[in-house]
Ligand binder design. Sequence first.
Ligand code: NOJ
Ligand code: CA
Length: 699
Amino acid sequence: MKKLILFICLIQILNAQSINSPNNKLTFEFKLSAIGEPTYELKLGNESIILPSKLGFVIKDQPALDNNFIVTKTETSTTNETWEPVLGEVSRIKNNYNELKVYLNQKKEKDRNLILTFRLYDEGLGFRYEFPLQDNLKHFVVADELTEFNLTGDHKTWWTPGDFDTNEYFYQTSPISKIHVGNLRRAGEIFTSSPIGNNFVQTPVQFKTSKNIYINIFEAALVNYPAMCLEINNKTFSTKSSLAPDAVGNKAYLQTPAKTPWRVIFATTDAREIVASKLVLNLNEPSKIENTSWIKATKYIGIWWGMHVGTMSWNYSDVDNVSLKTTDWKSLKPNSTHGATTKRTKEYIDFAAKHGFDAVLVEGWNVGWEDWFGKWKENVFDFVTPYPDFDVEELQKYAKSKNVKMIMHHETSASVTNYERQLDTAFQFMKKFGYDAVKSGYVGKIIPRGEFHDGQWMINHYVHVAEKAAEYQIMINPHEPVRPTGLSRTYPNWLANEAARGNEFNAWSEGNPPEHETILSFTRFLGGAMDYTPGIFEIKMEFYKNGRNTQVHTTLAKQLALYVTIYSPLQMAADLPENYERYMDAFQFIKDVPVDWSDTKILEAEPGDYLTIARKDKKSANWFLGAITDENKRETLLQLNFLDADKKYTATIYKDADDADWEKNPKAYKIETKTVSSKDKINLKLAAGGGAAISFVVK
Ligand code: NOJ
Ligand code: CA
């Protein structure tokens, strides 16, 4: 009898396990319900963040892995270490968490095993499922993941519509009860084909409770598994994972041993902690690349914005339906607007050399652009055949003589099997002609048909490209990929991604509202750097007499601030060189601002409203500050106590002029200099839709 009581007690202890965060602010509890369902709960102090929420899977052609479990073993441990990212916002990252591992067995059904790993950090929780190698679960198909994140109330939410193909939306702000995708304009027909439903949102999604707790749900280390959206219940405020399917509706094909990405929940009363968090990076594996000396932070210009504002073309010729295989390109008459000419590229190389940029990107250099957009064709591009007016060899010599790198462009037109077939040849071509970075692109519906940008098949593709690129010592910057989930830690050559609505949208659509960049730091940027392409000085498109009345929703000073508020080791000065020539005093900030940092301080942050960040150059004791606001003007008094205490600095302040306004007077700016130290304060006035940038150079 005694033994039986002991056994029952043991089971109860095993069936409910809790851990705290290292600072004891967050508490986490795992429990098996009466019918053996795994559940978890998260609290911040006395406040519930996640109410008891279920975990599990529907497995195709097998019983579900959702109840009837017993706990066979639990393990707890603590990790407190630091590591050094190759490139980053800080030079050392603390990785400090308490871990609970729960070993589950589902005897009644088929004797199958599942392991749950929970890691509790000061600012949030990460957890993942592991399927150990076992006889009754060898090859299987995940039909659905049942992870719930049950929220406690009708929180304010910053969200974009659930979509398996694109993240190129601006954010909606509403209570959970009002999340309704309805007829929201999609990013453009070519991108999307995934009417998931009215109650689905992308992750990361940012919430704020009535008690001013900031919660964010996301994922980390997305490998060999589809990306996760959230299905929202407008009435109960419960949410559930929703995975991008493959062409026939299956979610993931797994083979044991296997593990899922981490599910991540941030929870804090200080909004700045979310922006500063390294939780997603910490949940990723350390670098798989041993020698990283060839991985370089890069500031670049490019033959690019001209195409977006319509003064240049990617196409060489205006003839339609000419194709890679069948056309004698030399016999075609070039149009007058082709951007990627040898002559123009040399001019851009000169400009880069003169102003200290590392590299020049050229788009529209290879044949195929006459035949791609919206056509959903295979084999449009081969990544090795330049147009007749682009002399790769000549440009290699020229760039080298000016000590400027060239950045390759691979628009795959989402013809992914074609890209994989060409990949070695394409990378060999790059190496032969001195390119060691590539911007790739996945515009359009994925070929083969039916796959999604965010499905398991594509997730494996992006990782494959990162690995293959590393073999060739090539750095990558995919556009239109899945949103990043911290894999830049494992593959530091994965410098940046697009995977959100970038500055380009301002050139040819209703654009990004002034609040956009304040929200990105709380959402998309949690997974890694973005190639946002800031630095637009000619803000109104009417300048180009291109029939457009669109504009960037910004002041000029705010474009400078974005180089600090947006972290990326790959930053573009996106405007045309001739536009910079007219504003050389303001351009100086873009020339000076580093792209790799030893320290970062998030000074002020509120999603949708404002953001102020200071960062310290990795190579010097200089600091740089960026402050941005939404459509409202803002005044702030900043303590400079982040500066090194023993130094004096020349502060150059690039700010909105008194009458600046994103809509009415966006280009009005002022530049001031003064000597400051860490004891000083600076008062900044940001215009509506404006910003300020400051360089602090050691005296
Ligand atoms: C979309 C990318 O975001 C953009 O930067 C690029 O210029 C076009 N695709 C063409 O590849
Ligand atoms: Ca894009």
